[in-house]
Design a protein around this ligand. Structure first.
Ligand code: GDP
Length: 588
């Protein structure tokens, strides 16, 4: 099947999505409806909702992609000028829990920084820098994978290299796969650190084989992924890992411009008493200095203080450098991009524009994935009566809705008012009703001929009334139809089996004596042996002395033909208990 990519900038309308998927709007609205979302043709769906729906539809060939529209990120991946300079690689360490990510970072930090920084690191940091062969490598503190997703969502490719840590005694695990997928989707280079090689159960080759099963082919087997066996705990081969990181950085020719306004990403932010907002940034371009103005999302800062990752004051931060700054008016969000602007006036204006753009975007997505998930959790809604109410004036709509709500179903049927409105029944009403069991009620309004045709085609019932009682009667009737019927059983008689002439899969011929009551064709039978229940059957004919009769009564003996749904091994002495069953429609 042909692969299809749909780009979503913030949100997409039902109409646009249907067109992109090659579905009819009615079909799409139907699927949304099945998932508890009542949407109109012009309703906007957010990215997550759209992807859940595509999943529901089983469209495996369709890929969704976020498209960034905000002015914030559009120029983020600027073309580098020929003045661009080499910058340190930004590395993230990822992998399955307990495979040794923390140990690796700890050992690296201890080894490379302990001399310089007696007393160790106490503050919470989100990035570190190490020196290896006199070159700097920036490591990001392993954020949760969710955090990575947030960064990706902002369209920024923060990491150049992902080091995937895999324990050699455990192999590829779910979070390893996640890490692989993340690295691929972020377009980052992958280096695998096969960890815990000091362990007894460590098997490097098996781990490599495991990894190649998941699409990572080791270089030594002809693939393109560097795999370095290490022991993070015993500090074995870590220099080799760092060498490989630098080699990869060289091949990638990682560069950045420095003579542009500073820019980068917010990688952590929190409030601290006495300092106000404390924000960690990773500079990706330009040079950031104290006293400068920067904007991030809907907030801005005049940089009051700037510290390096070890907490030492820093006057100037170049690309790939993490810094901690104070001065933000309000906390920016993790993953927000920041950019330097020339003065406070510009900063304030840009922050305001960003705030408005964000508000518009979220307001325009009026079906969000959280709605969808909430709705999906609503249990069986087969007993929900969905209605759309249209009326000539607002007052009539309100009184119809209020009266509908008064219909008492003892909690058995839920009334769901899908939408209400003033005016004639229109196309949108039919679209909305199309997916589910929805009745459109019109009160003192009319139905244009094209609309009634459309409704007939889509099987949408439209009922118009001029008298409110009639409308309510109809609704009540509809709700009664949703009630479970009442089952009424009545005992009729009992027979003792004296002879079994034939038992087949779905039929039995037997004879016996009626102990009480009577037996007639079409009665139902429960077959019991002592206290054991053997099954249910239906009497198809009754005979007395081999002649069909209408009934056998107490004291008489005769023969019966029974119809069963599964084989019953009837035996002499079994009892047949006759009864009738009726289902009665219930009323409100
Ligand atoms: P994380 O969850 O990936 O951060 O894993 P940790 O770094 O917390 O490591 C989990 C456990 O594995 C700890 O008990 C570590 O001491 C141990 N560990 C990590 N690396 C090695 C290693 O190279 N060799 C051995 N033997 N144990 C290790």
């Amino acid at each position: 099947m042909e692969e299809k990519t749909i780009q979503i900038a913030g949100s997409i309308t039902v109409d646009e999505l249907a067109t992109a998927l090659g579905l009819s709007v009615t079909e799409l609205i139907g699927t949304l409806f099945k998932n508890g979302i009542v949407a109109t043709i012009n309703q906007r769906l957010d990215y997550e909702t759209a992807s859940i729906i595509i999943d529901e539809l089983g469209l495996e060939n369709v890929k969704l992609e976020r498209k960034n529209t905000s002015t914030q990120t559009s120029d983020f991946h600027r073309e580098l000028s020929d003045k661009a300079v080499t910058r340190p690689p930004v590395v993230a360490v990822m992998g399955h829990v307990d495979h040794g990510k923390t140990t690796l970072l700890d050992t690296l930090l201890h080894k490379k920084t302990v001399e310089a920084e007696a007393g160790g690191i106490t503050q919470h940091i989100s990035a570190y820098q190490l020196k290896h062969d006199d070159r700097i490598i920036t490591f990001l503190d392993t954020p949760g994978h969710e955090a990575f997703a947030a960064i990706r969502q902002h369209g920024a490719m923060l990491t150049d290299i992902v080091v995937i840590v895999v324990a050699a005694d455990d192999g590829v695990k779910p979070q390893t796969v996640e890490a692989i997928n993340f690295a691929k989707s972020a377009n980052a280079k992958i280096i695998v650190a096969i960890n815990k090689i000091d362990r007894e159960g460590a098997d490097i080759d098996r781990t490599k084989a495991d990894l190649s099963q998941h699409g990572l082919q080791p270089e030594e087997w002809g693939g393109d992924i560097t795999m370095v066996p290490i022991s993070a705990k015993m500090n074995q081969n870590l220099d080799k890992l760092l060498d490989m990181i630098l080699l990869t950085a060289d091949i990638e020719e990682l560069k950045a411009d420095v003579d542009i306004p500073a820019e980068g990403l917010v990688i952590e932010s929190h409030m601290e008493t006495g300092k106000g907002s404390v924000v960690n940034l990773l500079v990706t371009g330009g040079e950031l200095k104290t006293g400068e103005f920067i904007v991030a999302g809907s907030t801005y800062a005049k940089i009051r203080t700037m510290l390096d990752w070890k907490g030492k004051p820093k006057g100037k931060a170049t690309p790939s450098t993490p810094v901690t700054i104070t001065g933000f008016k309000e906390l920016p969000n993790f993953g927000d991009r920041f950019i330097e602007v020339k003065d406070e006036k510009t900063a304030r204006k840009m922050a305001l524009l960003n705030a408005q753009a964000a508000a518009n975007e979220s307001a325009s997505a009026n079906v969000t994935s959280s709605d969808l998930l909430r709705m999906m959790n609503v249990a069986d809604n087969s007993k929900t009566f969905n209605v759309i109410v249209k009326g000539d004036v607002l007052g009539s709509v309100t009184s119809v809705v209020d009266s509908l709500k008064m219909i008492d179903t003892k909690g058995e049927v839920t009334l769901n008012i899908v939408s209400t409105g003033v005016g004639d029944i229109n196309e949108n009403d039919v679209y909305m009703a199309a997916g589910g069991n929805t009745v459109i009620y019109g009160f003192n309004v009319s139905v244009p001929i094209n609309i009634s045709k459309m409704a007939a085609r889509d099987g949408v019932p439209i009922r118009t009334y001029r008298v409110i009682y009639e409308l309510l009667d109809d609704a009540k009737h509809e709700m009664e139809n949703l009630l479970d019927a009442e089952i009424i059983e009545e005992d009729k008689g009992e027979m003792k089996v004296l002879g079994v002439f034939r038992t087949e899969k779905t039929s039995i011929i037997a004879g016996g004596e009626v102990l009480k009551g009577d037996v007639k064709p079409e009665f139902l039978v429960r077959v019991v042996r002592g206290k054991e229940y053997l099954g249910e059957a239906e009497v198809t004919s009754v005979q007395k002395e081999k002649i069909d009769v209408k009934e056998l009564t107490a004291g008489e003996t005769g023969g019966l033909a029974l119809k069963t749904t599964s084989k019953i091994d009837l035996q002499i002495g079994d009892r047949l208990k006759f009864f009738t069953r009726e289902s009665k429609k219930r009323t409100l």
